[in-house]
Design a protein around this ligand. Structure first.
Ligand code: ZN
Length: 280
């Protein structure tokens, strides 16, 4: 009888473990309904459409993993697609409040870009990569084209700043459905190179066509952050994202008033928020 009970108990354990694996491996197929094949025009500094990088309705699988034992909520402000004509203004706001953030930049040439990369680094912010071209049709055409793009940007940023960036944000996020190459292969490549990728669990949704109002961006951010102890907020550093600037300052002021948060740059110690997590 005892033996039968032990076997029964073992079966139940196996069953429970199996269920947990299933939950963890749930895919993100519905995560990017709003993502289209819009491309960023690196020359003009604007999007040709509005849905880049917008992933709503995703469930954060790292919710439990990112629970912090510290009492303060950790806020990681991240800015994609720069440098742009807004970069200096974003940096001015961050400097005013003595906040360090993270910039996932593109490969842009010219004096303004050189200065912006250097200023980001000199002022203590983290410099991450977001592809050289941001053209989905090129970046995600083949594994080789992805590798070429990452390598080109990594080396370019090193020449410009002396920083060998090991932070990456996929254009469209890791759960994008535009890549011709299985994202697992690209994630494997980044892992092999010691490059960590970061998605986000809070989106300003400031890439929407025509731009959102400052109030809407603020509410998109502040309305979501209470779900998480560690919030990686997606915002954009692009010429046409002027309301992002006003919203940024408002978000900082409101969170400082609350006093329950601290702003941090992403570093090697930051637990990544990843929509597709291959390390599990
Ligand atoms: Zn982007």
């Amino acid at each position: 009888m005892k033996r039968i009970l032990s076997v029964l108990l073992a079966c139940i354990c196996i069953l429970i473990t199996g269920c947990q694996v299933d939950i963890d491996s749930t895919d993100n197929s519905s995560l990017d309904e709003n993502l289209d094949k819009t491309e960023y025009d690196i020359e003009s500094g604007v999007y040709t459409s509005s849905k880049v990088d917008i992933i709503r309705n995703f469930s954060n699988k790292n919710e439990n993993v990112t629970s912090s034992t510290d009492s303060k909520k950790k806020i990681y402000l991240t800015f994609d697609d720069g440098p742009s004509a807004n970069t200096d203004k974003i940096l001015d706001i961050l400097d005013k409040y003595n906040i360090k953030a993270t910039f996932f930049v593109l490969g842009k040439t010219g004096e303004f870009a050189s200065r912006a990369y250097k200023r980001i680094v000199d002022e203590g912010h983290s410099l991450g990569m977001h592809s050289f071209s941001h053209k989905y049709s090129e970046v995600y055409a083949t594994k080789e084209s992805f590798i070429n793009d990452v390598t080109r940007l990594q080396e370019y940023l090193y020449e410009e700043t002396g920083v060998w960036s090991r932070l990456y944000r996929f254009p469209g996020g890791s759960s994008n459905k535009v890549s011709k190459v299985p994202m697992d292969e690209l994630i494997d490549y980044l892992n092999e190179q010691g490059i960590r990728y970061f998605d986000w669990n809070v989106s300003a949704d400031d890439a929407v066509s025509g731009g959102l109002s400052k109030e809407k961006i603020v509410s998109n951010c502040l309305g979501t952050i209470d779900k998480y102890d560690e919030c990686v907020i997606l915002m954009h550093d692009a010429l046409d994202k002027k309301s992002t600037l006003n919203a940024l300052e408002e978000i900082i002021i409101r969170l400082n008033q609350r006093g329950d948060s601290e702003f941090l740059p992403i570093t090697d110690d930051t637990i990544p928020v990843q929509h597709v997590n291959k390390s599990k």
